[in-house]
Design a protein around this ligand. Structure first.
Ligand code: ZN
Length: 142
């Protein structure tokens, strides 16, 4: 590993650790996911999985099934950028779990160029779609 890539790897691990801490904000019982969007060495957005603003802070129904309107961490982080004066074009998203296919579509459309994640997901169609769109997808074991 060259000095530059090694340095990038250390930075990536640090942001992933922050995303893991951020995931603790989630009130979802089944799974807590955190995401950070970084551009030009600045965190421009963050997100964790949860219900939309104004809804009750409960993610699961009485059968412990995740409610259909729960937003994933990536979707929350990307829509937060949309509501701000920032742009996610060319940014990197750090997410504690591999993106699902729905979030992969949002990541592609938001102009994000790089995805770094730390936990594999049983279905890999999200990562495959990202790669098909030419987005760099990197897995770092935490
Ligand atoms: Zn998702």
């Amino acid at each position: 590993m060259s000095e530059k890539t090694n340095k990038q790897y250390e930075v990536d691990k640090r942001y992933l650790r922050m995303a893991l801490v951020w995931a603790e904000n989630s009130y979802c019982e089944r799974r807590k996911v955190g995401a950070l969007i970084v551009k030009d060495q600045m965190i421009i957005s963050d997100g964790y999985n949860g219900t939309p603003s104004g809804f009750e802070n409960v993610c699961e129904d009485e059968n412990n099934v995740t409610k259909p309107y729960v937003l994933h961490a990536e979707a929350n982080a990307i829509t937060k950028v949309a509501a701000s004066s920032n742009s996610s074009k060319g940014a990197t998203i750090y997410v504690t779990s591999a993106p699902c296919i729905e979030c992969a579509k949002l990541i592609i459309q938001s102009g994000i160029r790089r995805v770094v994640y730390s936990e594999k997901y049983r279905v890999e169609d999200g990562c495959q779609l990202l790669q098909r769109a030419g987005i760099s997808v990197e897995f770092i074991e935490m």
